[in-house]
Design a protein around this ligand. Structure first.
Ligand SMILES: *[C@@H]1O[C@H](CO)[C@@H](O)[C@H](O)[C@H]1NC(C)=O
Ligand SMILES: *[C@@H]1O[C@H](CO)[C@@H](O)[C@H](O)[C@H]1NC(C)=O
Ligand SMILES: *[C@@H]1O[C@H](CO)[C@@H](O)[C@H](O)[C@H]1NC(C)=O
Ligand SMILES: *[C@@H]1O[C@H](CO)[C@@H](O)[C@H](O)[C@H]1NC(C)=O
Ligand SMILES: *[C@@H]1O[C@H](CO)[C@@H](O)[C@H](O)[C@H]1NC(C)=O
Ligand SMILES: *[C@@H]1O[C@H](CO)[C@@H](O)[C@H](O)[C@H]1NC(C)=O
Ligand SMILES: *[C@@H]1O[C@H](CO)[C@@H](O)[C@H](O)[C@H]1NC(C)=O
Ligand SMILES: *[C@@H]1O[C@H](CO)[C@@H](O)[C@H](O)[C@H]1NC(C)=O
Ligand SMILES: *[C@@H]1O[C@H](CO)[C@@H](O)[C@H](O)[C@H]1NC(C)=O
Ligand SMILES: *[C@@H]1O[C@H](CO)[C@@H](O)[C@H](O)[C@H]1NC(C)=O
Ligand SMILES: *[C@@H]1O[C@H](CO)[C@@H](O)[C@H](O)[C@H]1NC(C)=O
Length: 415
């Protein structure tokens, strides 16, 4: 070995030795993890199920309940204490668990704030603190945890705005902020988190529009914005997004019409809820090409025109709720022709179409409705003629409402 190589080797050795000593003393030692976990325990003041009873110095912390460590370095990678009834605050010492990848303390009674020390968890992938009593603002600094894939803060009492910097997290797949006390608007910056699949801000005080940027996310599959104060029209791109499975925008103040252009398609959509908004126009017939649709919920809007006959193609539809709109009978028809059209929906359980502007007779083919039908509500419409006796063949029907109509004759004994 040449002198030069020997020199380099010894230099490297010294460096390695130096950083080991440095690490042992200060940062990377597993002692820090023990200390951090004990501090976490000490800020918990009620442990009804004694899950932390074996968190003691006498035992290796990697064997403590809820803890997983990396094999090689024996550092804490996962802290999972779900559904354990723990009450207390989250110690800022958690920020010292520098190898932590998963923090899951869902469904406990943690209160207080999510401290800025969390920003030091650079390896953190999952932050799940849903269903607690945490409050204060969502720390903006969380965006420094650039490996975050899942953030679930839902079901707490977080307030303030949705930090726009969370839109810079490159691997974020799931963001659940629902059922808090958040205000402000949805930052268009979330258009930058192209990996986002699930976006939930339901039951807050969010106002403004759904940013177009959000509707352009390539893999968005769940959009939960119900129970807020959102306004404006629903971005058109939402209605041609093959990745979408669930759209829940009910209880807002969305207005305008749904796009009616042909060539729009939601092939994977299973649930569409736009209930309780101010939407106008017709029910778009392309929805009948969403053959996986199980729930189509559009009640209490201002929809006009007839129910598209093509909805009868929805083989998997279980709930169809269209009540409280201004829907009318097919032009030129004297009967409720949608009843004929929907008889092929063999999974239909609940059909609510009351409080609309239909007029006409109930067709006899009502008896051809799927045996799965349990609820039929056509109340507060201008129904005429008699109740067909065929209705008696719907053996599973347990709720029938025809109130507020101009029906005449007897109630058929078949009922
Ligand atoms: C901590 O590190 C030491 C030295 O590497 C090792 O002996 C010990 O098992 C590690 N784990 C714990 C939990 O102390
Ligand atoms: C602590 O409790 C858990 C669950 O009861 C058990 O799996 C684990 O082995 C215990 N650890 C120690 C060090 O006793
Ligand atoms: C929450 O935890 C409690 C036990 O503390 C359990 O009874 C309850 O089922 C859990 N709730 C959910 C939604 O997991
Ligand atoms: C751990 O975190 C606490 C609070 O954030 C801090 O005071 C302490 O110095 C940190 N370091 C160690 C080694 O515990
Ligand atoms: C939630 O936080 C607000 C302050 O932001 C407070 O006024 C309210 O009482 C809290 N609600 C609950 C249920 O703790
Ligand atoms: C994120 O999106 C916003 C608004 O859409 C844009 O102005 C900004 O430049 C984007 N930032 C990054 C880092 O891509
Ligand atoms: C979208 O999902 C596909 C399939 O899971 C994946 O290959 C792709 O990388 C994702 N796109 C982004 C931007 O994350
Ligand atoms: C809908 O999206 C498809 C691709 O996913 C595209 O080819 C088509 O042009 C779009 N239709 C409309 C009307 O924008
Ligand atoms: C439904 O899909 C078929 C086949 O792709 C297409 O021809 C038809 O125009 C679509 N219907 C609507 C209303 O978009
Ligand atoms: C129901 O399906 C059958 C068989 O596919 C078809 O012949 C009939 O026209 C359909 N009825 C309606 C009302 O769409
Ligand atoms: C539908 O109902 C009508 C009237 O009750 C009946 O004549 C017809 O055979 C039924 N069609 C099917 C496919 O059951």
């Amino acid at each position: 070995m040449s002198m030069k190589r020997l020199y380099i080797a010894s230099l490297l050795g010294a460096l390695v030795l130096h950083s080991c000593m440095f690490e042992l003393a200060i940062c990377a030692s597993n002692y820090t993890d023990q200390l951090a976990l004990l501090a976490f325990k000490s800020s918990i003041n009620f442990d009804p199920n004694n899950v932390l009873s074996n968190w003691t110095k006498e035992t290796n912390f990697c064997d403590w309940f809820g803890i997983l460590c990396s094999r090689r370095r024996q550092r804490v990678t996962s802290l999972r204490l779900r559904n354990t009834g723990l009450r207390g605050t989250i110690s800022p010492h958690v920020g010292n668990l520098s190898f932590l990848q998963v923090l899951d303390i869902r469904n406990n009674s943690f209160h207080g704030h999510l401290t800025v020390e969390f920003e030091r968890l650079r390896r953190l992938r999952k932050l799940i603190v849903q269903q607690n009593m945490l409050e204060g603002s969502i720390p903006v600094e969380l965006h420094r945890c650039q490996n975050l894939q899942v953030i679930s803060l839902e079901g707490n009492n977080f307030s303030g705005n949705i930090p726009k910097d969370l839109g810079t997290l490159p691997f974020l797949r799931i963001l659940y902020l629902g059922r808090n006390n958040l205000q402000g608007t949805i930052p268009p910056f979330f258009g930058n988190t192209t990996s986002l699949k699930e976006f939930g801000v339901e039951s807050n005080n969010i106002y403004g529009n759904i940013p177009i940027e959000l509707s352009l996310l390539p893999n968005l599959s769940g959009l939960y914005c119900q129970y807020n104060h959102l306004t404006g029209s629903i971005p058109r791109a939402i209605f041609n997004k093959s990745s979408l499975i669930l759209i829940s925008l009910n209880m807002n103040a969305f207005s305008g019409n749904l796009p009616t252009t042909t060539g729009l398609w939601l092939p994977n959509l299973e649930i569409l809820s736009l209930a309780d908004n101010l939407l106008v126009g017709e029910i778009p017939s392309y929805l009948s090409n969403s053959t996986k649709l199980t729930w189509l919920l559009l009640p209490r809007n201002l929809f006009t025109g007839p129910i598209p006959k093509s909805l009868g193609n929805l083989n998997l539809i279980e709930r169809l709720k269209l009540e409280g709109n201004q829907l009318t009978t097919e032009p030129g028809s004297t009967q409720l022709s949608f009843i004929i059209a929907l008889t092929n929906c063999t999974s239909l359980q609940k059909l609510f179409v009351g409080e609309n502007k239909f007029s006409g007779t109930i067709p006899n083919s009502i008896g051809n409705f799927s045996m799965s039908l349990q609820v039929l509500d056509v109340s507060e419409c201008q129904l005429m003629g008699q109740i067909p006796k065929e209705i008696g063949s719907l053996r599973n029907l347990n709720e029938l409402s025809l109130a507020g109509s101009n029906l005449n004759g007897n109630i058929p004994s078949t009922i």
